[in-house]
Design a protein around this ligand. Structure first.
Ligand SMILES: C[S@@+](CC[C@H](N)C(=O)[O-])C[C@H]1O[C@@H](n2cnc3c(N)ncnc32)[C@H](O)[C@@H]1O
Length: 239
């Protein structure tokens, strides 16, 4: 599964270094640790972003490009997709994948900061962010930037882990992280990188808090949908 932060208060440079290091195995780990389900959740996020043929779409914290590639399929040849991430190594993987998938893709990969997006205001029809918000050093600023680039009336869907509210689901998530995720990552030589995924989920605002933060960032619409038994969630925001 997507990783958490390496330290309680890591700097942006430390986060960038962490994702550059895991780039070679990131896709394989995601697939194995979610039993392929991350693709189902990502398809839901693409649907809820409202992306449609001809749209200009954005995937923030695109990593190796899963969501951006799905958006490209959704917007079609008359649309355009931009994937933004600050990890050069993950962007390299994304670029290779897009060349394999599309001969002339409406896709652009940009190395940039989610806290200062390299895009003009009101230039995007639909946006996604997958497992990125939890890793931002400044969540309110990340939401404000997302809002800045969206056109009036446009939506964004933000997929991430969620802290389930029921005791059983909470215990299951703890077991999943401690018994499955961390040891699997250890087996691939990524002990430190994955050891703090639990704390990063603990620190991450729950659905109602995400909705409040979205309103504070100026979004007119904000709804959080728990999925996968509440273990994951999609925050859908709009302006
Ligand atoms: C867990 S990965 C998720 C990648 C991809 N969206 C996915 O779902 O597979 C988090 C991504 O966020 C990126 N990231 C974290 N903070 C960022 C920032 N401030 N600006 C740009 N990218 C950032 C990392 O480089 C990494 O690719």
């Amino acid at each position: 599964m997507p990783v958490g932060l390496a330290q309680p208060t890591p700097t942006a440079a430390e986060i960038q270094g962490l994702f550059d290091r895991i780039a070679p195995v990131y896709d394989r780990l995601n697939e194995r640790l979610s039993f392929g389900l991350h693709r189902v959740w990502k398809r839901m996020a693409v649907r809820w972003s409202g992306a449609a043929p001809g749209h200009t779409a954005l995937d923030v914290c695109c990593g190796s490009g899963d969501l951006a590639l799905m958006l490209a399929h959704q917007v079609g040849p008359s649309g355009r997709v931009c994937g933004v991430d600050f990890s050069a190594e993950l962007l390299r993987v994304a670029e290779m994948r897009s060349h394999r998938t599309y001969r002339s893709a409406p896709l652009q990969w940009l190395q940039g900061d989610a806290l200062a997006l390299p895009l003009e205001a009101h230039s995007v029809d639909a946006a996604t962010m997958g497992y990125g918000l939890r890793n931002l050093t400044d969540i309110p600023q990340g939401l404000a930037e997302l809002r800045r680039v969206l056109k009036p009336g446009a939506s964004a869907a933000i997929l991430d882990f969620h802290r389930p509210q029921g005791r059983l689901a909470e215990q299951f998530q703890r077991w999943y992280l401690d018994v499955l995720v961390v040891p699997t990552a250890e087996g691939m030589g990524l002990t430190d990188e994955y050891a703090y995924i639990g704390p990063s989920v603990d620190r991450f605002p729950i659905g109602s808090e995400q909705v409040a933060l979205a309103h504070q960032a100026g979004f007119e619409r904000a709804v959080h949908y728990p999925i996968a038994g509440g273990l994951m969630g999609v925050l859908v925001v709009g302006r």
